[in-house]
Design a protein around this ligand. Structure first.
Ligand code: GTP
Ligand code: MG
Length: 674
């Protein structure tokens, strides 16, 4: 945990420092009137993302493999005792998230199982606060927490028909039938989902741990397969050395973990190796037995040996609680923890780094260009004014005429930007239409009806396949429109480059391909689920319907996210050109005005030249400071070593130091005026 805590803390400090740098950059832009609405929106979004940044670890396995014990041992041994309930047999009954949400006091929020009889997936219920029961947690008392956390293993007895309504009982399943008591009741989980919110240091750093129930719960709560596990940054799949790799372990691995994403995120844990320490075997014999099991697991899971860790969660927990270094080493838990750190943090850091950097670079480049246009305008004016020195009234008249003509010429070009905006909005609407809710609603209803009518369960898979095909067609339409917009903007920018010498940054290359691959992944997971449904009879309609609902809810989220991305991208296409128009127009007007004033002898030529020189110096200083700021933010983003972070920028205060100090500013000034 020391290593985990250290690495999370470093990561958190780095992320905060990065956020701080972006805030300072924004403030500088604002103070210098260089922040347009579009840049402000993008910066705001990036800061929001950084603030919400989470590191998610999911622990998945059949029941009783030691998932909860592993979580206790790895993350929460510093609570001084076991906090998540563990026991032989089924213990954790509902998916349980451990996290910290500072907007709420420490508490457990639990979604009643009865919600399963109603339409809506867990993530949809997540938004409905009053569906959840909230129980306070005394975070200061480990006993109090243990007591409160027992909630996740609560069960209730309900009549078999009621359990069937929730999709938790299948009269055709002999195992289920065997679970019915003489009074016709079965035992089911009391809760559908639990979110434990408490201010543990790791959770405060943005860690989210997802504990899952074993045994069939996965099939019953499609949310896990479709969304919670795939979105984790690391998935621990737990096996037990005493049971070995059973068929149900293998099924779970294939359907829940393997198909959920990249192998780099997966770690297999062979737990309970203490079962091999029988006192008669030598250390070498134990090790060779462990190695043999690892080889087997590696072959069956098709996972490299380096990603498999043999541990004893229980002994690791005991060792940490009793500060027994020897036992901790024997539990081999520290090796697993290192692997977890190495899986989790760098992957996340890379994503955050590249997102933040590309934002800063982009905004910086746009501002640099605006300043460059301003600089060029000033240089030209200065040149003209200087050329007027010692000239007669006639030349001044001619110059005034020229300035007025150029202003009029420019307005023609400026109109092109307005026309482009008009066409762009039209194509953007066409790009967004296929992603709209209505389009999806139609497709979902049709799919549902077709499935309902389908006699043979074997027809489900093709129908759901066509549902995904429909979504794919919609997304491809969007992509085609995106390509069209990109081409148009490139064309218009080329015209500007030729006619006005503007060098606008080309539009960011963009497509919604990442959402298309996400769709493929979802379809893969759905296929596995529907494959298992083929074995079922029509009696399982409730289960199938719930699954379909989750698929639709998940695809809706996907479309909403894609829509938001498209809107943001479209929004980023023209503001730079529009800012150029504003800059240039202002410069041209000022120019005509000053020539006029000089002609009318309202202003002295020397005075005007002096003003222009000052203005030019100010712009050049800004360009230099901008370069410095960008360089610094870049270095900060790249520097994972973090000496800079945290210490340099203590927590938010109204008086944070600016990124560029007064002395540095002085140096820039000297350099520019020289
Ligand atoms: N000997 C030994 N027992 C362990 C170890 N880890 C867990 N156990 C025991 O195995 C049993 C199951 O552990 P849990 O952590 O409850 O397992 P789980 O995977 O969370 O199970 P469910 O919540 O039912 O899905 C408990 O009795 C634990 O004490 C271990 O490393 N060695
Ligand atoms: Mg458990």
């Amino acid at each position: 945990m020391a290593e985990l805590a250290g690495s999370f803390e470093q990561y958190g400090a780095w992320r905060d420092a990065l956020a701080q740098a972006i805030v300072q950059f924004r403030r500088w832009l604002q103070e210098n009137k260089l922040l347009d609405a579009e840049a402000a929106r993008r910066i705001g979004l990036a800061l929001e993302r950084l603030a919400e940044d989470k590191l998610i670890v999911a622990v998945v396995a059949e029941f009783s493999r030691g998932k909860s014990e592993l979580i206790n041992a790895i993350f929460f041994a510093d609570c001084g005792r076991r906090i998540l309930p563990t026991s032989a047999g089924r213990t954790t009954m509902c998916p349980t998230e451990l996290m910290h949400d500072e907007s709420r006091p420490p508490c457990i929020r639990a979604l009643p199982i009865e919600t399963r009889a109603r339409p809506g997936s867990t993530s949809e219920f997540r938004k409905a606060d009053d569906e959840w029961r909230t129980f306070p947690v005394d975070a200061a008392s480990a006993d109090g927490m243990l007591e409160a956390f027992k909630l996740v293993s609560e069960t209730i007895r309900v009549r078999a028909e009621e359990a069937k309504l929730y999709g938790l009982f299948d009269p055709d399943d002999p195992d289920h039938r065997a679970g019915v008591d003489a009074d016709g009741t079965v035992e089911i989980s009391r809760w559908r989902h639990a979110v434990i919110n408490f201010p543990h240091p790791l959770l405060k750093q943005g860690l989210v741990v997802l504990d899952t129930p074993g045994l069939n719960a996965i099939g019953a709560e499609p949310e896990l397969t479709l969304s919670l596990v795939p979105s984790a940054h690391a998935v621990l799949f737990v096996l037990a050395a005493d049971t070995g790799l059973t068929k149900s372990d293998l099924d779970m691995w294939r359907h829940v973990v393997r198909d959920s994403g990249a192998t780099e995120h997966h770690i297999a844990v062979l737990n309970k190796i203490d079962g091999l320490w029988d006192g008669l075997k030598t250390a070498a014999e134990i090790d060779s037995e462990v190695q043999r099991q690892i080889t087997l697991v590696s072959q069956r899971l098709e996972l490299p040996r380096e990603r498999i860790f043999a541990v004893s969660a229980q002994k690791g927990l005991v060792a940490k609680l009793q500060h027994d270094g020897k036992l901790l080493a024997a539990s081999r838990l520290p090796e697993l923890e290192s692997a977890l750190v190495n899986t989790l943090v760098p992957a996340k850091q890379n994503i955050v780094r590249s997102q933040s950097l590309s934002l800063i670079e982009r905004v910086g480049e746009e501002v640099r260009q605006t300043l460059a246009v301003r600089e060029r305008g000033l240089v030209e004016q200065l040149y003209e004014m200087r050329s007027l020195q010692g000239k007669n009234q006639g030349s001044i008249e001619r110059m005034l005429l020229r300035a007025q003509n150029e202003s009029a010429e420019f307005e023609k070009v400026a109109r092109k930007v307005v026309a482009t905006r008009f066409v762009l909005n039209k194509i953007a609407a066409q790009a967004l239409a296929p992603l709209k809710r209505d389009a999806l609603r139609g497709l979902a209803t049709e799919t549902r009806e077709r499935m309902h009518k389908a006699w043979l369960p074997t027809a489900f898979a093709p129908i759901i396949g066509e549902y995904f095909d429909g979504l794919r067609v919609a997304m491809r339409q969007t992509n085609a429109r995106i390509a069209e917009m990109e081409k148009m903007i490139v064309g218009v920018q080329n015209d500007f480059a030729q006619e006005l010498g503007w060098s606008l940054a080309p539009p960011m290359t963009f497509s919604i391909d990442s959402y298309l691959s996400e769709l493929d992944r979802m379809q893969g997971a759905a296929k596995v689920q529907f494959g298992t449904f083929e074995l079922l009879t029509r009696g399982k309609w409730g289960l199938i319907e719930r699954f379909l609902e989750t698929v639709v809810a998940k695809s809706r989220d996907l479309l909403v996210a894609a829509e938001r991305d498209v809107e943001a991208w479209v929004g980023s296409l023209l503001p730079a050109a529009e800012a150029h128009v504003r800059e240039q127009r202002a410069a041209l007007i000022r120019r005509a005005e000053s020539v006029q004033k000089i002609r009318d002898a309202q202003e002295s030529l020397d005075g005007r030249i002096g003003e222009l020189e000052d203005a030019l110096q100010t712009v050049q200083e800004k360009i230099e400071v901008l370069k410095l700021q960008l360089g610094r933010a870049r270095a900060l983003a790249r520097n994972a070593g973090l000496q800079l972070a945290g210490a340099a920028f203590p927590a938010e205060s109204a008086e944070e130091p600016p990124m560029i100090s007064a002395e540095e500013l002085g140096l820039v000034r000297q350099r520019v005026s020289a």
